[in-house]
Design a protein around this ligand. Structure first.
Ligand SMILES: [Zn+2]
Length: 374
């Protein structure tokens, strides 16, 4: 059965680019769109494409300070100064480029369009492949991110009285979102990421669990170098599923950064895109709306395929669906076309990964589970 779903995209996004030497490539959403369109997954029963709409100043100020927004706009107009640099604007990670403000605000507005469509019950699922800029802080550009669209979406849902489960599967810790809700219990953040001793941003250890009212509502799952599908899903099932069951969210927000895939040039995990599909299937099994955003992912072809696969699961097109958009699909070819082959895992790799996975599962069960009555 097809789900009422919105794919958020417009050609307007194609006007903007990070500098050519920068790893964050804004061509990815366009390529995802082309691929899902070729599969008949951009229109037809339940599915529609919706353009993003720039976030308003009032919306942006739910998370970002006026000083920061001013500096970002000024830098975007080519009047960058040292005050902007003190907020991370103009570094090698977060360079100044033409239209950076307009682009960031349009992307953030796209994720908010998805949130609004969910809140008005017009769709059950939405995907903004341009979004997922999870490192930006209230007054800080960080890790290629300027405006934190996913934190803003969680805020909008929370303001509407919803309990929000934010899940971050980007290989980097979703620090900007985790810290936005660090002392709150209405937004439970769960981030799976590579060991922060090895990778940016250097925080996100298992003992960082939130504070005050939010104690136990920030869950960090640092993963060892070389983590493969089985080990990842073992951690997901042992940690995320019980917590979701106990928390009983009204809505899911997932940052689906694809830099945890094997072969990503910026990270060292060893996943296939089957993990992304499996996780979305698990979220859908709770029968709550899902707002999905993109994120990292620096092997462009792998990222595009992973997000197209994630979208195909999210919108409800699966191998048992004989016709999508009026086109008969060769279902085995189609699935094979998007899904990665299973990777062979050596016993040496299992021996190095498995004990670290068990240790993090045990640490979270000890520190976090009792707070949720588990
Ligand atoms: Zn990342």
């Amino acid at each position: 059965m097809m789900r009422k779903s919105a794919f958020i995209y417009s050609k307007e996004l194609e006007k903007y680019h990070y500098p050519p030497e920068h790893p964050f490539n804004t061509i990815r959403p366009r390529k995802v769109r082309e691929l899902v369109e070729s599969l008949g997954l951009l229109s037809g029963e339940g599915i529609r494409e919706v353009p993003p709409k720039s976030a308003t100043r009032v919306e942006l100020k739910k998370f970002h300070t006026a000083r920061y927004l001013h500096a970002l706009k000024t830098a975007s107009d080519n009047k960058w100064d040292s005050d902007a640099l003190s907020m991370g604007i103009g570094t090698s990670d977060c360079p100044v480029f033409k239209g950076m403000y307009e682009y960031s605000v349009l992307v953030a507005g796209g994720t908010l369009v998805g949130a609004k469509l969910i809140l008005s019950n017009e769709v059950d699922a939405a995907f903004n492949p341009s979004g997922g800029l999870h490192h930006a802080g209230p007054e800080r550009a960080s890790g290629f991110c300027y405006i934190n669209d996913v934190a803003l979406a969680c805020m909008v849902f929370a303001e509407a009285g919803k309990k929000v489960l934010y899940l971050d599967v980007d290989v980097h810790y979703g620090d900007g979102v985790a810290y936005a809700f660090y002392d709150r219990s209405d937004v439970l953040t769960i981030s799976f990421h590579e060991n922060p001793r090895v990778l940016f941003p250097g925080t996100g250890f298992a003992d960082e669990i939130g504070q005050g009212l939010g104690k136990g509502y920030c869950v960090n799952v640092p993963l060892p170098v070389g983590t493969y599908d089985d080990a990842y899903m073992e951690a997901f099932k042992a940690i995320a599923l019980p917590l979701i069951g106990a928390f009983k969210p009204d809505v899911f927000v997932i940052q689906s950064g694809a830099d945890a895939l094997a072969g990503d040039p910026l990270a060292h995990l060893h996943l296939t895109n089957n993990v992304y599909a499996d996780i979305i299937e698990h979220l859908l099994s709770f029968h709550k709306p899902v707002l999905m955003a993109g994120g990292g992912g620096y092997n462009i072809d792998n990222t595009v395929r992973a997000w197209a696969l994630a979208w195909s699961v999210l919108c409800g097109a699966d191998s048992s669906c004989p016709a999508v958009g009026g086109v008969m699909l060769q279902t085995t070819d189609w699935q094979g076309g998007l899904r990665d082959r299973t990777l062979v895992i050596s016993s040496q790799q299992r021996e190095s990964v498995e004990p670290a996975i068990q240790a993090v599962i045990n640490a979270i069960k000890l520190k976090v589970f009792p707070i949720h009555g588990l």
